[in-house]
Design a protein around this ligand. Structure first.
Ligand code: URA
Length: 446
C-alpha cells in the first residue's frame, strides 16, 4: 500500500520524532536507490534518523528495504545438501577469523557465500588479505562464485554493485553528513548487505575494547542485541557474540602476514590462541543454528575433529585455487606470499608486564606502513605489518620485544616502532588476560 506522501513529508515525520510505516520506509529507500531522492533529502533523512532514532519495527523495515534494493542471492535451485551460513564482524586488528571460519563451516557441511569488505580506518579487511595471495580474484563472475559455493562450500569475494545498492548511496551520504554513528543506520547498513546473500543463519562478532569500532562494552552489547533481533525478525536467525578487541586478536597484523597466520592454523602448525578460540565459538553458533550440530558442545567437538582431519585446510586450498590463486599455497606459502625487506624488533625502554594496549593505534601503525589505505582506492603494500605482538599480561624484556615491525624501508620501520612503543603500556604488576567472549546474545523473533 503506497503512502502517496511527498518524500519531504516523510522526512518531516521522522524529523518530528514520529515512527515511519514500513511502506514509507520502502518508498524512501526506493527513492535512494533510483535517485529520485536528492542528496539533500537523503542527508536530511539520515540526520532525522540520527537525532530521533528508529524503533525495532522501523529498523527491520529499513533493513529489509535495503536488502531488497538490489539483487538478493538465492540458492534453492542448487539443491545444496546443507544450510547457507555466514559470519560478520564489526572489524578489528589481527582479526582474520573469516579466512579460517569460512572453510571450517564448509568442511562441516555448511555453505558459505561470504561477501567481504576492505580495510576501513584502523581495521584490516578480508579482501585486502586475500588479495595478498597472487592471482586470487575477489571479483569472480556470478557463475564461478555459485560453482565454488556448491562444490567447495565456501567462496570469499567482494561486493558487487548489484547487492544492496541503497546502502552504497546512503553510506556515502552519511559519511559526509556526520550521521555514521547511528544505531539503526549502522544495523540496517550491515544487515541490508549481509541478508542480501540469501542466508539461513548468521553469526555476528561485535568487538569491544580499544581496537573496536564500538570501544565501550555497553555500546557493543546494544549493537549486538539490535543486530541479532533485527536480523532474526527479518527472517534470518542470528546470534551475536561480543568479543574482546582490547588487543589484536592474532599476534600479528598485516595482509600477507595474516594469510600466513591463517595457514599456520589451517595446517595444524598452531592449535591454540585467542584467534582460534573466537573462531571456534563463532563457528559453533553457526553449526547449531544451521542444524549441523545439536548443541554447542557437540558443535565444538565436531569442529575440533574436522580441523584435525585436514579437511578445513583442503577447503581453503580449493577456494584459493578456484579463485585463481596458487594450488600449492598451503604447502609453500613462502614461495607465494610477499615478505617485507626490513624487519625491526621493537624493544621497550624497560622490562615489564604488558598492562594495556591502544589497539586502534597498532592498526593505524599498519596503515602508515602502507598496509592500509589513507584514501579510498589507494594501493596497499601486502607485505608490511606487525608480527610477534606481545599479549596483555606477557612479560617483555631485552629478549622479548613488544613486536617485530615488517616494513618497506628502515625509516618506515623506525616510525612504526615509535607508534608501537607509544601504544603499549607496561607495568610491574601481574595482569590477568581479559575475558575473550564477553556476551552471547540470541536474536528474538518478537
Ligand atoms: N559498517 C557498515 O557496513 N555500515 C555501517 O554503517 C557501519 C559499519
Amino acid at each position: 500500500m503506497r503512502t502517496d506522501a511527498l518524500p519531504q513529508e516523510l522526512i518531516r515525520a521522522k524529523r518530528d520524532g514520529r515512527a515511519l510505516s514500513p511502506e514509507a520506509i520502502g518508498e524512501l529507500v526506493a527513492g535512494i536507490t533510483d535517485g529520485s531522492l536528492s542528496d539533500a533529502q537523503v542527508g536530511a533523512l539520515a540526520m532525522a534518523i540520527f537525532l530521533n532514532g528508529m524503533d525495532t519495527a522501523e529498523t527491520v523495515a529499513l533493513t529489509e528495504a535495503i536488502r531488497d534494493s538490489g539483487r538478493v542471492l538465492a540458492w534453492d535451485d542448487l539443491d545444496l545438501p546443507g544450510p547457507v551460513l555466514d559470519k560478520h564482524s564489526t572489524g578489528g586488528v589481527g582479526d582474520l577469523v573469516s579466512l579460517v571460519l569460512g572453510p571450517w563451516i564448509a568442511a562441516c557441511g555448511g555453505f558459505v557465500p561470504m561477501v567481504s569488505g576492505r580495510g576501513l580506518g584502523h581495521t584490516g579487511g578480508t579482501l585486502d588479505k586475500l588479495e595478498a595471495i597472487p592471482g586470487y580474484s575477489v571479483t569472480p563472475d556470478s557463475a564461478t562464485f555459485r560453482r565454488l559455493v556448491r562444490e567447495v562450500g565456501v567462496a570469499i569475494v567482494g561486493q558487487s554493485g548489484e547487492l544492496a545498492p541503497a546502502d552504497k548511496r546512503l553510506y556515502a551520504v552519511r559519511d559526509v553528513t556526520a550521521t555514521v554513528e547511528s544505531l539503526p543506520l549502522i544495523v540496517a547498513s550491515i544487515l541490508g548487505k549481509k541478508l542480501a546473500c540469501g542466508l539461513d543463519a548468521l553469526v555476528m562478532d561485535v568487538k569491544t575494547g580499544s581496537g573496536a569500532f564500538m570501544p565501550s562494552h555497553q555500546a557493543a552489547v546494544e549493537l549486538a542485541t539490535s543486530i541479532a533481533d533485527v536480523a532474526t525478525r527479518a527472517g534470518t536467525p542470528t546470534t551475536a557474540l561480543v568479543t574482546d578487541m582490547s588487543q589484536p586478536l592474532a599476534p600479528c597484523a598485516g595482509n600477507a602476514i595474516e594469510v600466513r597466520e591463517a595457514i599456520r592454523l589451517l595446517s595444524g602448525e598452531k592449535r591454540h590462541g585467542r584467534l582460534l578460540e573466537v573462531t571456534r565459538r563463532l563457528a559453533a553458533e553457526l553449526l547449531v543454528a544451521g542444524g549441523l550440530a545439536n548443541d554447542r558442545t557437540a558443535a565444538l567437538a565436531r569442529l575440533d575433529d574436522t580441523l584435525s582431519s585436514g579437511a578445513v585446510a583442503e577447503r581453503f586450498a580449493a577456494m584459493v585455487a578456484g579463485l585463481g590463486g596458487p594450488a600449492d599455497l598451503l604447502d609453500r606459502p613462502d614461495r607465494h606470499l610477499p615478505e617485507a625487506p626490513v624487519t625491526l624488533a621493537v624493544h621497550a625502554g624497560r622490562a615489564g608486564v604488558v598492562q594495556a594496549m591502544d589497539t586502534r593505534a597498532l592498526g593505524l601503525a599498519v596503515v602508515e606502513l602502507g598496509g592500509g589505505r589513507r584514501a579510498p582506492g589507494e594501493a596497499i603494500d601486502p607485505a608490511v605489518g606487525l608480527t610477534r605482538i606481545a599479549s596483555l599480561g606477557e612479560t617483555v624484556d631485552a629478549e622479548r620485544p613488544l613486536a617485530l615491525v615488517q616494513a618497506a624501508s628502515q625509516d618506515d620501520a623506525e616510525r612504526a616502532a615509535g607508534r608501537v612503543r607509544d601504544a603499549i603500556t607496561l607495568g610491574d604488576a601481574d595482569f590477568a588476560a581479559p575475558t575473550l567472549i564477553h556476551d552471547r546474545i540470541q536474536g528474538e523473533a518478537s
